[in-house]
Design a protein around this ligand. Structure first.
Ligand code: C2E
Ligand code: CA
Ligand code: CA
Length: 760
């Protein structure tokens, strides 16, 4: 029976996945052998079988004790002594086993005989066996005592040192061991042949199995559960099947505002007060999760609450529990992180990604409404940053962000910072008040009024037509509108027009290519003849042309305005002036000193270079007769720095050049100007001729201008002369020279030379 129980324990141990299981199974296995051999002793009457059984019994109990020791080392957590205990016990066990086996040779351990009349079938087996213990048997017993003493010491030490909760792990085995020792001692003392105490050892083995493999200390579990419940930060409440509160842990008391003395029963009502539910409502569900907030002394607390009903295996309600988790910190942290991930740190408004997302959402949710994308850009922001420092620049940005917050506040409006000094805004068309906005951006600019650099904020407006267009492309269009006003001192807001985009791309292309166009000879001078009243060619105006490899032949109207805006026109002008000088030089070598050339000077040239120095330098380089290079300037140069400009013109005239006032009558012309401007020739703008055919008034004005010029001794040349009637009219009025298609179109140098040089 005992053997069967041990075998059962052994099988379960082998199947167990516990770390200690192999040691337990070894103990149990080695327990089986003394048990069986002891049974043989009890049952057999044959001396040889008895001798063999005793030998096996002694050896196997030694091995059993060795395994028992090894088990105990681990069970009592004395692994640090394992090598020592292992070696000592292994050596002892080996010596003992060999010595016992050698009993067959030396007969020094025991002697066994069967008394006369004894037999296996006399009813009391073993009673007639005579077992004589010899000297080595005593040593064997001593060794066994050592083997037993080691685990006993370990058990006692562990028992004393362990927490109360763990003691029963040791005490059970300790009692079983002591019990076996007493039994064994008794067996030795009475010198009984059949060792009954092996039963005690078996019981000890079963205890080992139970404690090491099956036992989970229930008090320990209880204690742990209670400790966890009272120390966790989550609140826990238990309710019975009648929803009467039977337990509230300290955390829940805090969260629900229950004092320690307040009855547990109040837990349920307090929980309902927090969740805002009524009794009936809360009875409906079997489990629920919710988030609740509580304001206490001005502080906001956020709780995640879980509620579950509990059922037994038959499905009958046994009670319920609630778990309250304080997520205030976490939620606030998450909210902050979310805010930081979607907002601009400096201004606190949306960042690019979030702005894009908001724009897409508003557009898709409001398909029936029309929207604008408005962007703003601070002019020369980099310069402001460098000159006045980051702090000032930051302040400016914050003010600009505030501008959007205050001035374009409409439920469907969204705005964000989309670049260092660039802001974007989606606004319903009807909500956008241009004047208010213009005033607002001017207002922001005023905070920089005490600085040298004026703060100018430009805004671009794009009306969204294609809602599927990426938001970035919408913003681009709005920025293109801004790019269009950058050189216009007065304008602050511009609307995107479809061709503005093409214009911008074209202007980029021209700017990029102009240098190589000059060096590769794509930029060429064309000459248009100027004719006297007598019909004699007296000179020519030099007009630039760009013979572009892809775009083909380009008149200046196609590219000069772009270059005028960014000041690069000076490069072209300087080049054309040099071409004119070179031509004059060559003509001079060829003895053609009768023709002059007239070049254009853009008002922008005066900003980027010292025009007189440049022109004088060129004339000297080509050793020109300065009077043969005529300079055409427009009155627009007089828009600012009049004194400075007058000096410049004087300088050129004193140097010997003939200065012509170009396009007179087109723009801001005034007769007054004519009086002040020290020019040698007046070029009448072609606008007059376009008008003269049907406007008598224009004719009168033209006649007056010519008379005035005559009175000032300034010769007049009329531009854009296309018909013989015009020639007649101008001749009658007293005009001195003509330039126009009627006489000649602008032509290449070759063509001009062929026509005019050969003829003369
Ligand atoms: P602009 O100085 O007033 O030059 C006269 C313009 O009138 C030329 O146009 C010429 O081709 C055109 N024209 C001449 N006769 C007639 C005519 O009978 N009928 C009509 N409808 N037009 C006539 P273009 O060559 O296209 O030049 C346009 C403007 O570009 C010039 O006006 C001048 O302001 C500027 N420009 C041309 N070359 C240069 C240059 O090298 N430097 C600078 N700064 N400006 C230049
Ligand atoms: Ca001109
Ligand atoms: Ca002109």
């Amino acid at each position: 029976m005992l053997v069967l129980v041990i075998v059962f324990c052994l099988v379960r141990t082998v199947r167990s996945d516990k770390e200690i299981a192999p040691l337990v199974s070894q103990c149990l296995f080695w327990l089986l052998i003394p048990l069986v051999s002891n049974m043989l002793i009890a049952l057999s009457g044959n001396v040889e079988v008895l001798r063999f059984s005793f030998t096996v019994y002694f050896i196997s109990s030694t091995i059993l004790l060795y395994n028992f020791d090894m088990f105990m080392v681990k069970y009592c957590h004395f692994e640090q002594y394992k090598p020592l205990v292992g070696k000592v016990t292994q050596a002892l066990a080996a010596i003992d086993a060999i010595s016992i086996a050698l009993n067959y040779v030396f007969g020094h351990t025991f002697e066994v005989s069967v008394a006369a009349g004894a037999g296996s079938n006399n009813g009391t087996p073993g009673s007639n066996i005579v077992f004589t213990s010899l000297w080595y048997h005593k040593i064997h017993l001593l060794i066994s005592a050592v083997f037993v003493l080691i685990p006993l010491v370990m058990l006692v030490v562990r028992f004393v040192k362990s927490s109360r909760l763990y003691r029963d792990r040791y005490v059970g085995i300790l009692i079983a061991c002591l019990f076996s020792i007493f039994w064994e001692s008794f067996h030795i003392f009475v010198n009984d042949t059949v060792d009954q105490s092996v039963i005690g050892i078996s019981v000890c083995g079963i205890f080992i199995y139970i404690y090491a493999i099956e036992y989970i200390p229930s008090i320990l579990m209880e204690e742990m559960k209670t400790t966890v419940l009272t120390t966790v930060s989550d609140g826990v409440l238990f309710f019975d099947d009648n929803r009467k509160c039977i337990y509230v842990n300290p955390a829940a008391r805090m969260q629900l505002g229950m004092s320690t003395s307040e009855s547990t029963r109040a837990g349920f009502e307090k929980l309902l007060a927090l969740t805002g539910e009524d009794r009936e409502e809360s009875a409906q569900y079997t489990s629920k999760k919710m988030t609740c907030t509580k304001i206490e002394e001005g502080e906001e607390y956020i709780y995640d609450i879980e509620f579950h009903k509990l059922h037994d295996l038959q499905g009958k309600l046994i009670g319920s529990f609630a778990k309250i988790q304080d997520t205030t910190e976490r939620t606030k942290r998450e909210n902050l992180n979310k805010f930081l991930a979607t907002h601009d740190k400096l201004t606190g408004i949306y960042n690019v990604d979030r702005f894009y997302e908001e724009v897409r959402n508003v557009l898709s949710e409001n398909p029936d409404k029309d929207f604008y994308i408005v962007t703003s850009d601070i002019k020369d922001f980099k310069l402001i940053n460098d000159r006045f420092g980051r702090e000032y620049a930051d302040k400016l940005l914050v003010r600009t962000a505030d501008l959007f917050k205050e001035k374009v506040n409409d439920p469907l409006t969204r705005y964000g910072r989309i670049g260092s000094d660039k802001f974007g805004c989606l606004i319903e068309k009807s909500a956008f008040k241009e004047d208010t906005f213009r005033m607002a951006i001017q207002e922001v600019g005023n905070i920089g009024s005490n600085t040298v650099i004026p703060i100018i904020i430009h805004a671009g407006v794009y009306e969204i037509e294609d809602r599927k267009m990426p938001v970035s492309a919408m913003l681009d269009r709005s920025f293109i509108a801004i790019a269009g006003i950058k050189n216009d001192a007065e304008r602050r807001i511009a609307y995107y027009e479809e061709n503005a985009r093409d214009e911008m791309l074209w202007s980029q292309k021209v700017t990029e290519q102009i240098d190589s166009a000059i060096t590769t000879g794509q930029i060429v001078p064309y000459l248009q003849a100027q004719v006297s009243r007598e019909g004699k060619v007296v000179g020519a105006e030099v007009l630039v042309r760009w013979i572009h490899p892809e775009e083909g032949f380009m008149p200046p109207g196609k590219f000069l305005s772009v270059l005028e805006k960014n000041g690069m026109i000076a490069k072209i002008d300087r080049y054309i002036w040099e071409c004119a000088c070179r031509i004059l030089r060559r003509w001079s070598y060829e003895g053609r000193n009768d023709l002059y050339l007239s070049v254009n000077i853009s008002p922008k040239d005066f900003y980027v270079m010292d025009v007189p120095a440049e022109i004088i330098g060129l004339a000297d380089k080509y050793e020109l007769d300065r009077g043969r290079l005529r300079l055409e300037i427009t009155e627009t140069i007089m828009m600012d720095d009049i004194d400075e400009k007058l000096k410049t013109i004087d300088k050129l005239r004193e140097a010997g050049f003939i200065v012509e006032m170009d396009d007179f009558g087109s723009g801001y012309s005034s007769l007054n100007m004519l009086k002040d401007m020290p020019v040698d020739v007046l070029k009448l703008d072609m606008i007059f001729l376009k008008d003269t055919a049907y406007n008598e008034r224009t004719k009168k004005i033209m006649s007056l201008i010519i008379d005035l010029a005559k009175s000032l001794d300034v010769p007049v040349i009329a531009e854009g002369v296309e018909t013989v009637e015009q020639v007649d009219l101008l001749t009658k009025m007293g005009c001195d020279y003509f330039q126009g298609y009627y006489f000649a179109r602008p032509v290449s140098l070759d063509e001009y030379e062929q026509k005019n040089l050969n003829a003369s």
